[in-house]
Design a protein around this ligand. Structure first.
Ligand SMILES: [Fe+2]
Length: 277
């Protein structure tokens, strides 16, 4: 894996190992089948509230964006509980879906490991790979299904808050990143190739590793036809977290973090109880 493009494009392309490509395809088919179930059935596999935000959710439960999308979060630490809940869903496809997630979490490991080792070596971040791999159970895979209710912008410009992000699947184009030239570009995600990019956590550690600003827009197909996608948020103990009691990521100017000093970027963070590194 060559990570030099972090300095130019801001992300790293990688070719899917065959086994991971297979895991992704199976998981997405299972997610589509799950989405087709009755709402009442789907809600049986959820963490139950906003704090325990795992399993099935409608992230926007009220206001003008209600019923725009449904999402599903899974981590290694919650997967057993999700499997137990899946037994109460009448349709067996929910069990197939959770089984596919076990495979996916395993299949992701070598790609994340390679990226973390490369970043650790080139950017001289002590023990980065050990911290990342030791946090495997807290990596989150997010599945998204936009219904296609005529929204022109599916995800507003933002940077992700975890350590780094891997985009694994998009049923349609529309994902774009803000380049160093401050223009929006389509990103290359297809069934053979995908991308990894820094989120707030990596930029906190090394300010050169800019959290990639990105957005998702609707194209003709997705405006009313819907869109499916899958992302992995790779978290690890940072000792700090983005301070969302004082700042809303969505309200900060687009690309605010590209020309910022390390000191100014760190002002957006607060120490956490996980300050073990
Ligand atoms: Fe994102």
């Amino acid at each position: 894996m060559n990570i030099d493009s972090l300095k130019t494009e801001g992300f790293v392309r990688f070719n899917y190992p065959k086994s991971l490509r297979w895991d992704v395809a199976i998981a997405i088919d299972a997610w589509r089948a799950f989405c087709a179930l009755d709402e009442k059935e789907k809600r049986k596999i959820s963490g139950g509230d906003r704090i325990n935000d795992f399993g099935y959710m409608h992230r926007n439960d009220s206001g003008p964006t209600a019923d725009k999308k449904e999402i599903f979060h899974v981590t290694g630490e919650h997967i057993k509980e999700l499997m137990q809940k899946a037994r109460y869903v009448h349709d067996q496809s929910s069990i197939s879906f959770i089984l596919a997630l076990y495979e996916l979490l395993e299949g992701l490991f070598p790609v994340v490991k390679e990226f973390a080792i490369n970043v650790e070596e080139q950017y001289k971040i002590p023990r980065l790979a050990a911290r990342v791999l030791g946090s495997k159970d807290t990596w989150t895979i997010r599945f998204v299904h936009y219904y296609g209710v005529g929204e022109p912008v599916l995800a507003k410009p933002h940077t992700d808050r975890g350590g780094f992000t891997i985009h694994m699947y998009e049923s349609h184009p529309g994902g774009q990143y803000l380049g160093r030239d401050r223009a929006w570009h389509d990103w290359p995600i297809n069934h053979k190739e995908s991308i990894l990019f820094p989120s707030a956590g990596l930029q906190f550690l090394r300010n050169e590793l800019k959290a990639l600003c990105h957005r998702v827009i609707s194209l003709d197909d997705t405006l009313h036809g819907g869109r499916y996608s899958m992302v992995g948020f790779i978290d690890f103990p940072l000792g700090h977290r983005f301070d969302d009691t004082r700042f809303r990521m969505q309200d900060l100017p687009v690309g605010f973090n590209y020309d910022i000093s390390p000191e100014d970027y760190r002002k957006y963070f607060v120490p956490t109880a996980l300050a073990t590194v």
